[in-house]
Design a protein around this ligand. Structure first.
Ligand code: SF4
Length: 209
């Protein structure tokens, strides 16, 4: 999708900026993303329940300093992409002496690079959404993006490739489209086990399992 049609999509939805966490939800299940978008009860995830006080900031900085020359640390920093119609608060945006940005999102579970391209891909796409919004907000290029696993005490680098950026754009377009149409997608195409875990099972027309 082109930048101009994305911007048009956001404008048609009243210029509303949607929360970035919906991008992750969209790649969990587009129907549950819709239900959350229109105000059904929250389905809190483990990472949402991770309070900022549980994030070991000092340890994250220690790990980052092994890889980057940091200049300024912006914790819980608000970021927005008007182009995509998304906004959120990144756990950390670090400015580097080389003029770039490093974006970090903390997650509770152990993470592996392999799973980030499989079962946990939504975490990589959400991180990419924060990175794109940080670039637009701060007007600087992305140097690197990481997920920090609290349980694993490690940084996992996610390359914010053109493909990952396209996935962010796709989710933004679909979320704004659903909002504009006022209806969820016709199909969910999610594995049965997700439906079995889902608190929307009782109201969802596409629930399986
Ligand atoms: S029940 Fe299944 S299809 Fe429906 S919102 Fe939940 S995960 Fe999605």
């Amino acid at each position: 999708m082109s930048s101009s049609s994305l911007a048009a999509g956001a404008a048609e939805a009243g210029g509303r900026l949607l929360p970035i966490w919906l991008v992750k939800e969209y790649y969990w299940c587009p129907v549950s993303a819709y239900l959350r978008l229109v105000g059904w009860a929250e389905r809190p995830t483990a990472s949402m329940l991770l309070g900022s006080e549980s994030v070991p900031r000092g340890r994250i900085v220690e790990l980052l300093e092994e890889r980057h020359r940091l200049r300024e640390l912006l914790w819980e920093h608000p970021v927005a992409s008007r182009r995509l119609g998304l906004q959120g608060r990144a756990d950390l945006v670090a400015l580097t002496v080389d003029g770039g940005l490093v974006v970090v999102e903390a997650k509770l579970p152990r993470l592996s690079r392999r799973r980030l391209w499989g079962r946990d891909r939504r975490l990589a796409v959400q991180l990419a959404a924060y990175a794109v919004a940080a670039e637009e907000t701060l007007g600087a290029p992305l140097e690197a993006a990481y997920l920090y696993s609290v349980e694993g005490d490690r940084l996992v680098e996610v390359r914010v490739s053109p493909r990952l950026r396209r996935l962010v754009e796709h989710a933004a377009r679909e979320l704004h489209g659903m909002l504009e149409r006022g209806e969820p997608p016709g199909r969910a195409n999610v594995p049965r086990w997700r439906c079995r875990l889902c608190s929307y099972r009782g109201v969802c027309p596409h629930g399986r399992g």
